[in-house]
Design a protein around this ligand. Structure first.
Ligand SMILES: Cc1cc2nc3c(=O)[nH]c(=O)nc-3n(C[C@H](O)[C@H](O)[C@H](O)COP(=O)(O)O)c2cc1C
Length: 190
């Protein structure tokens, strides 16, 4: 498939089976991820692959993040709510947390290393799609919390850019009808 066709064919599909994804497939996908462009050779990509029981630890991190803003997290209503949040980490057999580590290089700009990590996420989505897998890019407030960075064992100063839920499709969803770029373009030619 041409690259343009592959880009247009990719569609986010949240419905995944419980079937695990082989480690060598995950490695192939992450090898594609680190082909994203990078300035000053900072190599900022950081990936945490969460699967199996590890997902329960992620669920706890997600629930703890929300619990800190809840007055009474022990109330039956909130216990139920936080239980549902924990279960969100079980929506796919594999979750890849993607971050950009802070570089020691003086020329490095965090905004650019975050751009590299975001481009890596798109490579993950495209590589997964090419391998017949679903990948769904999610974030939420938990992504941007320093507590999450440390709870998931990333280096201090790392900025997380996404939680990519990965698995085999439960049901196919048709490719979306996409806009053309026309309405977003301005040309400056003289
Ligand atoms: C940085 C980023 C974060 C996102 N976070 C979420 C999210 O937390 N929950 C969600 O339902 N969709 C989220 N999305 C959107 C989906 O990943 C997806 O792109 C969207 O549903 C459109 O589908 P498409 O990828 O097939 O165009 C996010 C997208 C991006 C780029």
């Amino acid at each position: 498939m041409s690259i343009i066709k592959a880009i247009k064919h990719r569609t986010s599909n949240a419905f995944m089976t419980d079937e695990d994804v082989a480690s060598d497939l995950i490695r192939q996908i992450l090898d594609a991820a680190v082909c994203s462009p990078v300035h000053h050779r900072t190599d900022p990509w950081r990936f945490l692959v969460i699967r199996g029981e590890g997902r329960k630890r992620l669920g706890d991190v997600m629930a703890d993040h929300l619990a800190q803003d809840i007055e009474d997290p022990e109330s039956p209503k909130n216990v139920k709510f936080l239980g549902k949040i924990r279960d969100k980490a079980l929506r796919a057999p594999v979750i890849i947390v993607v971050g950009a580590a802070k570089s020691d290089k003086t020329q490095a700009l965090m905004v650019e290393d975050v751009a590299t990590a975001n481009a890596a996420c798109q490579n993950i989505l495209l590589a997964a799609s090419a391998l017949g897998l679903n990948a769904f890019w999610r974030t939420g407030g938990v992504t941007y919390s320093e507590n999450t960075v440390s709870a998931l064992g990333f280096e201090v100063g790392t900025e997380l850019v996404g939680f990519i839920y990965l698995g085999y499709p439960k049901k196919e969803v048709p490719p979306k009808t996409r806009k053309t770029a026309e309405e977003f373009i301005r040309w400056m030619e003289n």
